[in-house]
Ligand binder design. Structure first.
Ligand code: SF4
Ligand code: SF4
Length: 232
């Protein structure tokens, strides 16, 4: 592996982030991107069915993301029943950004009100006849992913978590039972599988597409390489 070239590519592609960055640094970048995109399709569950609408997200000076809705909306009812959202968007027409988060009603927090409405004076005007119907939410804990598809014909991925949640694990993992045949590496289209100085193979998850080709080629699939799809 040419480390210098890879570093250059990564720096160019994921805003300088690499898998050596801390979760806090990656989350800060992800939240900054949400704030930049601002209006994002946001999914909830409604009576067991997925539902989606566009929500306006705001990054406040405390480094957290907030949004507002009205107590009169079905969205509010859904959040009361299950305060979990998934937001998903593209950034600069080449990145995918996804966050799954549990949200908390912070309507009683005066500081949040003041900061939120500094950024959204139009919302105050819109709801001036009944400001009490407005409700503010904070993304309290969650996990997500930034993903670049096919930069120089290879993907780049960065997963993160915040508020005490765990990052979503990748599906495929090479274990100590690996016999070192190299079939997985030879068949990985993303060149995500490397051999360490100790001769053992490992997956660099930042480059992995989670496609499962390696698993289908491993002669000891299920032991030398495991799949979360098989264990669920
Ligand atoms: S899941 Fe796909 S991209 Fe990831 S290591 Fe395996 S073959 Fe490569
Ligand atoms: S194909 Fe399976 S056994 Fe062969 S190197 Fe990869 S993980 Fe190890």
């Amino acid at each position: 592996m040419n480390t210098r070239n890879l570093t250059w590519e990564v720096n160019d592609i994921l805003w300088g982030l690499t898998d050596e960055n801390t979760d806090e640094e990656v989350v800060a970048k992800a939240f900054e991107l949400v704030h930049k995109v601002r209006f994002m399709p946001t999914a909830t569950v409604n009576n067991g069915q997925p539902e989606n609408r566009v929500i306006d997200f705001n990054l406040l000076p405390d480094g957290n993301l907030y949004f507002m809705t009205s107590k009169g909306k079905p969205f509010y009812k859904q959040l009361c029943e299950r305060p979990e959202i998934v937001l998903n968007t593209t950034v600069d027409m080449k990145y995918a950004l996804k966050i799954r988060a549990w949200v908390k009603d912070v309507t009683d927090d005066r500081w949040v009100w003041d900061e939120f409405f500094k950024l959204n004076p139009g919302t105050v005007k819109m709801y001036r006849k009944n400001p009490g119907i407005m409700v503010l939410y904070k993304l309290e804990k969650g996990e997500g992913e930034m993903f670049h598809l096919y930069a120089e014909e290879r993907i780049r991925r960065m997963r993160f978590a915040f508020g005490g949640m765990e990052k979503l694990p990748m599906t495929y993992k090479i274990t100590d039972r690996c016999i070192g045949c190299g079939e997985c590496q030879a068949n990985c289209v993303e060149k995500a599988i490397h051999q360490g100085d100790d001769g053992k193979y490992y997956i660099r998850y930042m480059d992995c597409d989670d496609c499962g080709i390696c698993y289908t080629k491993c002669p000891l699939a299920g032991t030398a390489m495991t799949s979360l799809l098989e264990t669920k």
